[in-house]
Design a protein. Structure first.
Length: 319
């Protein structure tokens, strides 16, 4: 059973998705994690560079919204066995990805002489966006398997449902690739409240916690890395998972491409292929084609001739 392994405690980095409105402390929460390598897509981290309280854990910083550079950054950090990757924000990287897809559609429209204002991301384009986003998610999972924490910061949006003639808010969601929140160990929504003295109090509402340290629905005052520190330190020295999910996607893609290639082969392509095996194969195919009364096997005139050719291919393939 080569694919399976015995279960045991594993040393893992946390995968945390933190979302909320502006000004609720998302960046400060992320900077509470140790040895932060920040992908700063909003230049907001600049306010904490050299900050005496919040900038102490900021090790390195990169300013970009390019999803290709995000992938390069994750690849660079694969050599680490600790630390934290902070992506601030996932929303900007996702918007960059969708904008790039739209620009491709606009270019195609322009080349065809169409109005670029009528362009929108095609189903194929959305499929590519989803594939790239999922590949990046798998890279984050592989990184956490090496012991590196991943903290993704996201803007938040309302989920609305039509009731009668109006749309009613029924929930909230992160502004990133749909379904991405399922990949995280912890999902937390940050909010602020005013205390009795009108001072701002930072709070976190737990939406998911695989560690069991907190409960779904629990409200935590001033949440930070320290909330889960003991859980993580209890696993120091444990084995790590050998994860290569990002490569698994490439293997699956190659297999599907091969299947598509086989499916796209026409009957005439397959006929040529089987006849090219040997003179014996060729002679048998010619004989059967004549018996079937097919005048031009490279251009069957109807479904009946097409069916006959398929039968001939099957017979000749058995030689």
């Amino acid at each position: 059973m080569g694919l399976f392994r015995k279960p045991s405690a594993k040393k893992l980095g946390l995968k945390v998705l933190v979302m909320g409105e502006k000004g609720v402390g998302k960046s400060v929460f992320a900077l509470s994690f140790p040895t932060v390598y920040a992908m700063d897509a909003e230049t907001g981290m600049a306010f904490y560079e050299g900050h005496p309280e919040f900038g102490n854990n900021l090790e390195m910083i990169a300013n970009t919204q390019d999803f290709n550079e995000l992938q390069e950054a994750i690849d660079e950090l694969m050599d680490l066995d600790e630390g934290t990757l902070v992506i601030d924000s996932e929303t900007k990287f996702y918007q960059n990805l969708t904008d790039a897809s739209l620009q491709v559609e606009e270019r195609k429209a322009k080349e065809k002489g169409k109005d670029i204002n009528d362009s929108s991301v095609s189903m194929r384009g959305w499929g590519r966006v989803k594939a790239i986003a999922q590949r990046l998610q798998n890279l984050k999972i592989d990184l956490s398997a090496k012991g590196v924490n991943v903290v993704s910061i996201s803007q938040i949006d309302d989920v609305k449902q039509k009731v009668g003639e109006n749309f009613v808010k029924v929930g909230e969601k992160p502004v990133m690739q749909k379904g991405s929140e399922y990949d995280y160990d912890i999902v937390i929504k940050l909010t602020t409240q005013l205390d009795a003295n009108n001072n701002v109090k930072y709070q976190g509402i737990i939406l998911k916690d695989r560690t069991g340290v907190t409960k779904v629905g629990q409200v935590i005052d001033s949440p930070s890395y320290d909330t889960w520190k003991l859980f993580l330190e209890s696993r120091d020295g444990a084995d790590k998972i050998k994860s290569s999910l990002s490569k698994d996607g490439a293997k699956s893609q190659k297999a599907l491409e091969q299947e598509d290639l086989e499916a796209e082969k026409t009957v005439t392509d397959k006929l040529k292929e089987v006849m090219a095996k040997s003179k014996e194969h060729q002679a048998k195919a010619v004989e059967l084609i004549k018996q079937a009364g097919i005048a031009n096997p490279l251009a069957p005139k109807d479904a009946k001739e097409l069916t006959k050719l398929k039968e001939i291919i099957d017979i000749v393939s058995e030689i």
